[in-house]
Ligand binder design. Structure first.
Ligand code: HEC
Ligand code: HEC
Ligand code: HEC
Ligand code: HEC
Length: 501
């Protein structure tokens, strides 16, 4: 009897003990849940009211200080990797052959490596490509060039309409676009959901019978980038007098398919000064190239590598310091890969080195082709004799540029970029064979001398650019018109009151 009693007591004590522990754990869980909820509420408790077309990143920043302060770190220009990073690097100085490849086009005047998003507007003010406009109807570039520069773009498109936005000179909209790439470009102000703010991407989907609203959440984490990091051209036939921003995706997104599209509509970006070839300028088909790589195939998005999660003071959020992932391998790569940081960087550099080895050779061949074609014209070649050759130059340089301008492409999709460069090499050599035959026919039966383009200055002189004038026009613009644009912005924004909750 005595034994049974003590057994029961022991059992009761055990039940009591287990219950105490269980209640304690449940309490802990509940407290952690409410704490998280409080955290979440803290994060999303709006301090100010953000209206649907608010372009000022600082105003959004009042509600989302962590995202804003990390976004603002894109101002940092200190990081350089082997080939990329956020520093200001004069690419024409690094590689003067680019000047010859782009002879007759704005990029031969000035081309710097891309920097962080916060710099987007000041960089387009400063580049010689936008010239030195003196008033709203002056300058070499159309208003369309503002499209990828920041959140005043969706604001203004909403106010005046899309076609009206693209209309006129770049300088005509200079007083309107001021806030650099930011919140409104990627987010809906009310729901904070990711949103496509640029019509060209929506329209390209529509022409292919797709509705971008049906994209998955993971796809949206790349599509927000594809609003700008894509190939595009200005369609001047869609609406009379409007260079309408259009993505050339109707036949597909590979180098060959976009080239076939451009050929079918007889489109050229410019006529090359030396060879007179009808050229294409690849813009930055970053998204298209990414889609062909292993990471995209495995469902990894741009944001996974360029906007990884970050924790500050116990709060987890999306790091808005969009930059080279090599400045943050731990969060960008090591969440999926267990190799150490140096090994992963080496993997990136290996791919880039190998691609760039052949890209360099292709570049040299195309420089030669332009110079040889110039000589052929001088020796009296006819349009008919040159037609095929000029197509080869167009097609090989398009492939070179598709590879070079798809920033990050050598890592995003090394096999595809390697393939595109190989086809470029073949076409360039085909063209040069035809050129050699033609030159011989015209009485020139020896190699054509390679120009002395050892520096940017020499190369710009070789193609006949008046750099002094370009520089002084730019200085005048910065002293006269630009201050007016800044005053217009200040006056406009002074009338928008910020409503605190
Ligand atoms: C698997 C990770 C990964 C994914 C996914 C990815 N990137 Fe990258 N990206 C990189 C790496 C690594 C580099 C090379 C950085 C370097 O060389 O410093 C790079 C380079 C870049 C660069 C040039 C950076 C610079 O400093 O100039 C841009 C722009 C870029 N990526 C945009 C994108 C876009 C847009 C997408 C989606 C369409 C994307 N990336 C998807 C890892 C990724
Ligand atoms: C280039 C596009 C882009 C820009 C610009 C951008 N965001 Fe985001 N933002 C994202 C992406 C991608 C996510 C991740 C969304 C997801 O997966 O649901 C995100 C997530 C967020 C979230 C959700 C919480 C979190 O941290 O994950 C908030 C809040 C946010 N962003 C605020 C901002 C603010 C404020 C700005 C301007 C200072 C801004 N974003 C600019 C792309 C952008
Ligand atoms: C509204 C247009 C726009 C959107 C949206 C956009 N970008 Fe960019 N991006 C640019 C421009 C323009 C630059 C070059 C800015 C400069 O050099 O001043 C740039 C530069 C970059 C760089 C180079 C930064 C550096 O420090 O080297 C990276 C990386 C990049 N973008 C990745 C992305 C990713 C990833 C997304 C999507 C999450 C994205 N971008 C969305 C327009 C955009
Ligand atoms: C969200 C997960 C994820 C992230 C983030 C990620 N990767 Fe990957 N990576 C993968 C997957 C999945 C594969 C395909 C291999 C497989 O399926 O086993 C891959 C493949 C690779 C490969 C082999 C590709 C080839 O060319 O054959 C390299 C190199 C690589 N990743 C490097 C990186 C680097 C560097 C980063 C950071 C900038 C990174 N990855 C970020 C998931 C990721």
């Amino acid at each position: 009897m005595e034994e049974v009693k003590s057994k029961n007591a022991l059992r009761n004590w055990l039940i009591f003990g287990v219950t105490v522990v269980a209640v304690f754990l449940l309490g802990m869980l509940a407290s952690s849940v409410t704490q998280r909820r409080a955290e979440a509420q803290f994060t999303y408790k709006p301090t100010v009211e953000i209206t649907q077309w608010e372009p000022r990143n600082e105003v959004w920043g009042k509600n989302f200080p962590l995202e804003f302060s990390s976004y603002y770190e894109t101002a940092d220009t200190t990081f350089s990797s082997k080939y990329n990073g956020g520093a200001t690097i004069d690419m024409l100085e690094v590689d003067p052959r680019l000047v010859v490849l782009w002879a007759g086009y704005g990029f031969a005047k000035d081309y710097n490596q891309g920097r962080g998003h916060v710099h987007a507007v000041e960089d387009i003010w400063n580049t010689l490509r936008t010239g030195g406009p003196t008033g709203p109807d002056d300058g070499p570039m159309p208003a369309t060039c503002w499209t990828c520069k920041g959140p005043d773009v969706p604001r203004l498109m909403n106010e005046i309409g899309v076609a009206e936005f693209y209309k006129g000179k770049w300088a005509a909209k200079g007083g309107e676009i001021h806030n650099p790439i930011g919140c409104l470009d990627c987010h809906d102000a009310e729901s904070m959901e990711l949103r496509i703010s640029r019509p060209a991407l929506i329209e390209a989907f529509e022409r292919n019978g797709k509705d971008i609203k049906e994209a998955t959440h993971q796809e949206m984490r790349s599509l927000v980038c594809a609003q700008c990091h894509v190939e595009y051209y200005f369609d001047k036939k869609k609406i009379e007098g409007v260079p309408y921003l259009t993505l050339p995706w109707d036949k597909g997104q590979s180098a060959e398919q976009m080239e076939a599209y451009y050929d079918s509509i007889d489109f050229k970006d410019w006529t090359h000064t030396l060879s007179k070839a009808p050229m294409l300028k690849a813009q930055h088909p970053g998204y298209e190239v990414y889609l062909t790589g292993i990471h995209a195939e495995r469902g990894v998005s741009c944001a996974d590598c360029h906007m990884p999660y970050k924790t500050v003071g116990g709060q987890k959020f999306t790091d808005h310091k969009i930059q080279s992932p090599l400045n943050n391998v731990q969060n960008s790569c090591q969440v999926c890969h267990r190799e150490d940081s140096e090994e992963l960087k080496k993997n990136v550099y290996d791919r880039q080195d190998k691609i760039i080895e052949n890209r360099d050779k292709l570049e040299m061949l195309i420089v030669r082709a332009h110079v040889e074609a110039k000589l052929a014209w001088e020796l009296g070649a006819t349009e008919v004799q040159m037609a095929d050759i000029l197509q080869d130059i167009r097609h090989s340089q398009w492939r070179w540029d598709y590879a070079a301008a798809s920033h990050g492409g050598s890592f995003h999709s090394p096999v595809e970029i390697g393939r595109v460069i190989s086809t470029g090499l073949v076409i360039a050599q085909e063209g040069r064979l035809k050129l050699a035959r033609l030159l011989a026919e015209l009485g020139h039966n020896k190699p054509v001398e390679y120009p002395d383009i050892a520096t940017k200055a020499k190369a710009q002189k070789f193609i006949g650019l008046d750099m002094d004038k370009l520089n002084s026009d730019k200085q005048t613009f910065k002293k006269t018109l630009l201050p007016k644009w800044i005053k217009m912005k200040e006056a406009r924004e002074a009338t928008w009151t910020i409503k605190y909750n």
